[in-house]
Design a binder for this molecule. Structure first.
Ligand code: SAM
Length: 443
């Protein structure tokens, strides 16, 4: 889709077409729908509208119902931050700006911000942005979203109450981000400029948010040196006040001492590691954090301040815990052990065990029903006794292909069983476990 076609989608004719396409859209009959619409509208506009409707359906996974009024490119949607994650980060930024007047702050170039200045800035933003100048918006309430894309983060930042300028180097993306702000009634808080993040003048802003493109033209994840804008620019931003979104696989060695790295998991998947610096890094002192967003409102977090750095090691007790990947990637498994009063099954394997069930969304909990030796005959026998037919095999710390192991078990009964093949400090074991329902473990 080019910019001209996109602009046509925003006209009353384009909006009528989009509404008709959305009302009648069904993936299987999209071809029939296209020919019907082409009788009344130009073919290229029909194609653009149908693509938009299809992208909006996919976008519901990230943006919920709001997706139905937003605009996307395929790439822009793939790269957009899911709304709950963006909202969480935006609320951290807002809270940090409000709090930074009371903190000591051992930060690099930390800005001192009065909380009432933030409030005043929010009020002034509406008027100033509408009148085309933001000169009256206090610096404290302004952030710049470099690499704003179609606006996943931009919308959340504006909604949190900040005055935001989005910047992107792609002209179509800029127009889409502007349309999305308008669709969400946020043009009084935010605007979007076409430009290069690396040369954009950030002096009028309390801090910067950046989400560099992390995929090559072929869709492959790239190494930080090849981010766009590149890693040297990320380092430059992090010497001031910034929040930079990077890939969850970011090597720990790249994380500077004055930066907090936060691995954020949503719906069971680690989406990103957010790097926090300057006045955005609150509380100061934390270097690693694991955060699990389990739904729109539930946030559980664990930091290196909670981590004694080691944990007891024990044979399997009554419960087994499989830490969320955010905990594992942030190397906070021993911190989680301390939080749940648990022990490691093995010093180098990310499974925990405890005598009592502890409530946490930072790990998946299982009741241990039986502890078997890592021996195929013993496992087969146990499965026969349990009349197991479908078997889920999980494994860590063993050189084992779970699918091949499952096939070798030859289970044929009516019941389902979950097995965890792993090691204790003394031997290989296979645990027969039952998942504890999330309602039993959620806070
Ligand atoms: C990962 S996407 C941003 C997604 C956005 N945070 C969201 O939630 O929708 C990265 C964006 O950075 C833009 N970009 C890449 N290099 C840039 C540069 N040097 N200056 C400005 N924008 C850039 C790309 O055009 C792309 O839209």
């Amino acid at each position: 889709m080019d910019r001209e076609l996109f602009r046509q989608l925003l006209t009353p004719t384009g909006q009528d077409l989009l509404a008709q396409a959305a009302a009648a859209y069904d993936e299987r009959s999209a071809v029939d729908l296209a020919s019907r619409l082409r009788r009344s509208y130009p073919g290229d506009l029909v194609a653009a509208a149908l693509t938009q409707v299809a992208l909006r359906r996919q976008a519901r996974a990230k943006f919920g119902e709001e997706a139905d009024r937003l605009f996307f490119t395929r790439e822009g949607l793939e790269q957009a931050t899911p709304a709950p994650v963006a909202t969480y980060r935006a609320s951290r930024i807002m809270a940090a700006l409000r709090a930074s007047d009371t903190d000591d702050g051992d930060t690099v170039e930390s800005d001192t911000v009065e909380s009432d200045t933030v409030e005043a800035g929010v009020d002034a933003a509406a008027e100033a942005l509408q009148s085309g100048t933001d000169a009256d918006v206090p610096h404290a309430a302004r952030v710049v979203d470099l690499c704003c894309g179609v606006g996943g983060d931009l919308l959340a930042l504006a909604r949190s109450g900040l005055s935001v300028t989005g910047v992107d180097q792609d002209p179509l993306t800029v127009e889409i981000a502007r349309a999305n702000l308008a669709a969400c009634d946020l043009t009084d808080r935010a605007r979007v400029e076409l430009g290069d993040a690396t040369t954009f003048d950030r002096s009028g802003y309390a801090g910067a948010v950046a989400d560099p493109a992390r995929r090559s033209a072929r869709g492959r994840a790239v190494n930080p040196a090849d981010y766009s804008p590149p890693w040297w620019f990320v380092e430059e931003l992090l010497r001031g006040t910034a929040c930079v979104k990077t890939a969850p696989t970011l090597p720990h060695e790249l994380i500077a001492d004055h930066v907090e790295a936060e691995w954020i998991s949503y719906r069971g998947e680690v989406k990103e590691v957010a790097l926090w610096s300057g006045a955005f890094r609150r509380p100061v002192g934390v270097r690693r954090r694991a955060t699990v967003l389990s739904d729109e409102t539930s946030v559980t977090t664990l930091t290196d301040a909670d981590d004694p750095g080691s944990a007891p090691v024990s044979d399997p007790l009554a419960y087994l815990y499989e830490p969320d990947n955010a905990v594992i990637r942030s190397r906070l498994v021993t911190g989680l052990a301390a939080r749940i009063d648990g022990a490691l099954l093995h010093p180098r394997i990310a499974y925990l065990t405890s005598t009592e069930l502890r409530h946490t969304t930072l790990a998946r909990a299982y009741r241990i029903q039986e502890v078997l030796p890592y021996d195929i005959k013993a496992v087969r026998r146990a499965l026969r006794q349990r009349e197991a037919g479908t078997v889920t095999v999980k494994t860590r710390g063993l050189d084992l292909d779970p699918e091949a192991f499952r096939k070798r078990l030859g289970a044929r009964g009516p019941h389902h069983v979950t097995l965890v093949a792993t090691r204790t400090q003394r031997r290989g074991v296979v645990l027969v476990v039952e998942p504890v329902s999330t309602s039993e473990t959620a806070h």
